[in-house]
Write a protein that binds this ligand. Structure first.
Ligand SMILES: C[S@@+](CC[C@H](N)C(=O)[O-])C[C@H]1O[C@@H](n2cnc3c(N)ncnc32)[C@H](O)[C@@H]1O
Length: 297
């Protein structure tokens, strides 16, 4: 990042990443708002098309800010709303390919049984033990890996490669080599900091950052939420940048990044906090919409 060497918390809409130079980011690790998911984001979007437009605009910006050959990792899942499934995984994949990314990989993140937070649809068959009543409980999400063209491996100095070397024992012990990752999810009900945020577990950015970025490089999360990606990025010696439209999450992010504590992940002065003028306006618009839609039910 040439414009600014500090870590950055930017409270603004990720559809416009004007604070970031072209090709200034080395890795993106994120999970977008789950399209109107019943627990976390009911009525956030007026339509599925509006959700896809957000993803499309963000993908366009990511194509600009990501350096050549670098990775954008999106943790997503198809969303079930009132019995209807929305093909979020397929649509996001299509959007990224259309924006010029290479579809490199899909890792399936499997959560432990018993950690399901939303619908236990499997009970339908117990009530009606006949064909056509089968609705399985969902235990997985997808980690979509897109690449911005080919990576030039020769560009990385030997010392930096050694500094960022992957621990082979950890790689084998934790089975990173498989396309299925067994990771326990965060249950926000028991964890006040992430309540209502749909945070992902630290192990997801931990693996992705180690596997797809070098020390000192810039890791971006365009949908920062509680700041999980940023926390892990800083812990792993990377520079962190996050965008978030919900200004109320500033305190949550500060807490997660341990601002003001002695065990600080770096110094708070290493962080620049930008609050865009349009952010308050956006929040009001969003709240008005949620209130309006829930009244209309
Ligand atoms: C699924 S959450 C991310 C959770 C995060 N991975 C964590 O571990 O805490 C998605 C976040 O995207 C934010 N968001 C939604 N639309 C946005 C936009 N246009 N620009 C920036 N952030 C946005 C939401 O407010 C929400 O906090």
């Amino acid at each position: 990042m040439s414009k600014n060497q500090k870590n950055m918390l930017i409270f603004g809409d990720a559809q416009d990443m004007k604070e970031l130079d072209d090709n200034s980011v080395h890795l993106v690790v994120t999970s977008p708002p789950y399209f109107n998911a019943p627990f976390d984001y009911p009525d956030l979007f007026e339509s599925y098309d509006e959700f896809l437009e957000l993803i499309s605009n963000v993908a366009k910006e990511l194509k600009r800010v990501l350096d050549r050959g670098r990775i954008a990792a999106f943790v997503v899942d198809d969303t079930l709303i009132k019995g209807k499934k929305y093909p979020v995984v397929a649509d996001i994949t299509k959007i990224f390919i259309e924006k010029g990314f290479k579809y490199r990989e899909r890792i399936v993140w499997v959560k432990p049984e018993g950690y399901i937070r939303i619908s236990r649809r499997s009970g339908v068959l117990l009530q009606h033990p006949y064909p056509m009543y089968y609705y399985p409980d969902n235990l997985q999400e997808s980690i979509l890996i897109f690449q911005n063209g080919d990576f030039d491996y020769r560009k990385i100095p030997k010392e930096l490669k050694e500094e960022s070397k992957i621990d082979i024992q950890e790689y084998q012990r934790e089975k990173w080599y498989l396309s299925v990752w067994q990771i326990t999810n965060v249950l926000p009900i028991n964890n006040r900091l992430e309540k209502g945020i749909a945070a992902f577990p630290e192990d997801i950015p931990y693996r992705l950052i180690k596997l797809f970025s070098y020390k000192g490089e810039t890791v971006l999360d365009p949908f920062m939420g509680s700041g999980t990606t940023l926390k892990v990025a800083v812990e792993l010696g990377r520079r962190a940048v996050g965008y978030e439209i919900d200004i109320e999450l500033l305190e949550v992010v500060k807490k997660k990044l341990k601002f003001g504590q002695r065990t600080l992940l770096g110094d708070p002065s290493d962080f620049e906090i930008i609050i865009r003028d349009d952010i308050k306006h956006l929040r009001t618009q969003l709240q008005e919409r949620v209130t309006k839609n829930s009244r209309g039910k």
